[in-house]
Write a protein that binds this ligand. Structure first.
Ligand SMILES: C[S@@+](CC[C@H](N)C(=O)[O-])C[C@H]1O[C@@H](n2cnc3c(N)ncnc32)[C@H](O)[C@@H]1O
Length: 306
């Protein structure tokens, strides 16, 4: 039984138990900060420990994977794999643990959102707080790919909205085009929604905490935007897609999937979704800024007629 009276240590112990990440204790000395001295909350300290632990696990895993994995077609550098999705290896690892029964599905969701929010909350700019590296030009290059999917004014929800930055930017970018969006956001992480509400107080009531897979929307939306389907375990992707398209999009509305990074020569997510019986209504594609073999793609799907 834990008898420590130090609140940070007690929280750390709790997190180790709850998240099944015993390495957090090892990470704490590396972070080596007195929360009070550094004017840092206990939560921020724990997040820093988590980031430290996950970074070292990920670095280790990547170096092992480099040796045992087949590299992507004609790409020898594992950093390309990381460029496709920064959280990819962590999610694969979690998927393996889930498949072998070492973690439950609930733990999968907790681990993923804790991993993501630890990085986002440590970021110092609003792009980083929503999971994007780089400057505003780079951010806009990819994110404005949503615009061609918006064929009318209406209600727009970002599934996995993080700090709400995309919503803020979309309102700014669409108004000169005569499109008016009433924006909403959902995120599994209470910390991210707290941040979104703090940043965008006028929209406080339009941010929801919930797991996209099980979330019962209070209404339907003209646009439901989800960047990735890997916000859920692999075997649940179709369920997530169908839940969003069939239960969250209003008649005449669209489910927007992306923008995401894929290999140029491979259909990627499009094939997976087509195989479920949902050919895309439209698509936007742009070259990746650094890697000629990669592209940014975004798809949209019209809701079936009622
Ligand atoms: C890469 S950020 C995306 C931010 C924003 N949508 C954008 O495109 O800029 C991913 C966000 O999805 C959230 N998320 C991950 N899994 C989720 C789930 N199952 N349900 C709801 N949100 C989820 C994470 O907490 C994180 O804030």
């Amino acid at each position: 039984m834990n008898t420590t009276t130090d609140p940070t240590q007690a929280l750390l112990d709790l997190y180790c138990q709850e998240l099944k990440l015993p390495g957090l204790r090892k990470a704490a000395p590396a972070v080596a900060r007195e929360p009070a001295e550094a004017n840092q909350s206990h939560a921020a300290f724990l997040v820093a420990c988590l980031a430290q632990e996950l970074t070292s696990r990920r670095e280790h895993r990547l170096s092992v994977q480099r040796m045992i994995d087949n590299p992507l077609r004609n790409m020898s550098d594992h950093t390309l794999k990381a460029a496709i999705d920064g959280a990819y290896s962590f999610q694969e690892d979690q998927q393996r643990l889930l498949d072998r029964g070492s973690i439950t599905e609930d733990e999968w969701f907790i681990n993923l959102h804790t991993y993501l929010s630890s990085y986002y909350l440590a970021a110092t700019n609003p792009r980083g707080q929503s999971g994007h590296g780089g400057d505003e030009v780079r951010y806009r290059y990819t994110q404005e790919m949503v615009l061609p999917a918006l064929h009318k004014s209406g209600a727009f929800i970002d599934i996995g909205c993080a700090n709400g930055y995309l919503l803020e930017k979309l309102v700014e970018w669409t108004s000169p085009r005569g499109i008016s969006l009433e924006v909403y956001g959902l995120d599994i992480s209470p910390e991210m929604i707290k941040l979104a509400r703090h940043r965008l107080p006028l929209w406080t009531d339009r941010f929801y905490v919930g797991n996209a897979l099980f979330w019962r929307p209070p209404r339907r939306y003209d646009f439901v935007c989800v960047r990735e389907l890997n916000y859920v375990p692999r075997q649940r992707r179709r369920q997530l897609f169908e839940h969003l398209l069939l239960e969250c999009v209003s008649t005449g509305g669209r489910l927007i999937l992306g923008p995401r990074t894929e290999e140029r020569s491979i259909p990627g997510i499009e094939d997976e979704v087509r195989a479920w019986g949902y050919p895309p209504t439209g698509l936007a594609e742009k070259p990746h800024q650094e890697h000629a073999q990669l592209v940014r793609r975004l798809f949209w799907f019209s809701a079936p007629q009622a």
